[in-house]
Design a protein around this ligand. Sequence first.
Ligand code: ATP
Ligand code: MG
Length: 560
Amino acid sequence: MTAVEPIAAEAGRDFIRDIIQADLDSGRRTEVITRFPPEPNGYLHIGHAKSICLNFGVAAEFGGRCHLRFDDTNPTKEEQEYIDSIERDVRWLGFDWGPHLYYASGYFEQLYAWAEHLIRAGKAYVDDQSQDQIRETRGTLTEPGTNSPFRERSVEENLDLFHRMRKGEFPNGARVLRAKIDMASGNINLRDPVLYRILHAHHPRTGDAWCIYPSYDFTHGQSDAIEHITHSICTLEFEDHRPLYDWFLDNLPVPSKPHQYEFARLNITYTVLSKRVLTTLVRDKYVSGWDDPRMPTIAGLRRRGVPAEALRDFAKRIGVAKANSVVDMAMFDFSVREVLNRKAERRMAVLRPLKIVIENYPEGQTETLDAVNHPDDPGAGTRSLTFSRELFVERDDFQETPVKGFFRLSPGREVRLRWAYFITCKEVVKDASGEVVELRCTYDPSTKGGNAPDGRKVKATIHWVSAADSVPAEIRVYNQLFKTPAPTPATFAEDINPQSLEILTGARLEPSLAKIPVETAVQFERQGYFCPDPDSKPGALVFNRTIGLRDTWAKVAAGG
Ligand code: ATP
Ligand code: MG
């Protein structure tokens, strides 16, 4: 028996890990092999991230391995684009399947042979009933189903018809292959489930080799068995399928005996976690694509600047349970802020610029000031800022007639410019319409670095950029895509938040921001976390807001 390292303490315990530990302790299992089995019919979302972290996580913790297997049995909905995106997203999340990349379609020949095996054993038959007839005769939760009139066909006739199904002699829907189990079973999944259906469709991987395709149930457990999966972890809706999963393993000469375990799927407020529903959002153009930063997809979150570590942290925090529940979106945001606060470098950016002129600063003069990149991480170093006579500050940081409690710029008021000097507002310049277009200020040269030698204090520190060397940028500010906690496709039109995207043009950034890699979030001091969007180009920078510094959504949702 292989020695098993005790699992890392920080990995946390849950019922899945307890089961695995018990299996290893008792010698029932000597290794741990899991798999993540996406159907390539859309992009992965945060729910899948939970499953990925669980499957790859336990494999790593118990010294085993995790396979990536595409469950590609439905050619009409599956595309290479989805396969590529799934591989990219799993890798980006920080997991590696090594050489263990598999496709259910790679097992089509074996599955076909096993279907023949069941027919020969008198445990499968070709049914000529239509899909509707099969549904109508399946019975209900309280009533048994009724046997198909084709249930007692001979083995020879079944084999002949099944071969001819494969050869393409029949149109779509003309016949199916069904398991012969029990039409009166209390578990509807055992009432002669469909194993193969006729579908004359091109498959992204097998091309036109097949015109019959196996069902999910006839594929999944056998694929697990072929790969010697030990713990086949899936979501709760498959609990009722487990007896069928086991029936196939018990009735086929499979090379190994995996066991299926179910855990609760992730649901989050104010979003939808279902590829089918996300497909609707993309197709009906509620969003710009699968990687729209408002989408709960891994690609969307990455584009928004959410680090992979935040998704892993979130998965760890929510844990793995056996009962379905809905997680508050604020919990995900918490993980995002927690990781970004630790990791993101600080920068200054002025989103809604107001020009200020430092009247006592010599024209044409500039000087270089040092700014710390991360307050808690000296290793992040410093960068240089250029100070000059003309600067931009945030429009919101000025009030001509300050309301009570407003301590930032107003006429006569002294404030600190971050990393620079104390300045005092002397005069307000307005245009013909009365709008404030410029502030005339003075600075105190003795306060370089932001402290007064005489010990006097100011009540506010504001951020700024130099007018001459700052760079312009478009800022895309994202808010929740939905304004209702539990949106559904039927009510999308009313559920969608019309303010989910706000575009600010004319922001000014400190020049070092032109060199930040795409999708890497930095903190714009006092504003939140932002990252360059893939649309960003030299000279036409575009930044996405990843998340604000504090949770302002709760207030908005409450109508505040
Ligand atoms: P969707 O409804 O989004 O299409 P799915 O279950 O059909 O989800 P699959 O591609 O079949 O999508 O899922 C791959 C794996 O991810 C499965 O093991 C599934 O159980 C798991 N998974 C899917 N959605 C969630 C979720 N919300 N929470 C946890 N695991 C999930
Ligand atoms: Mg599925």
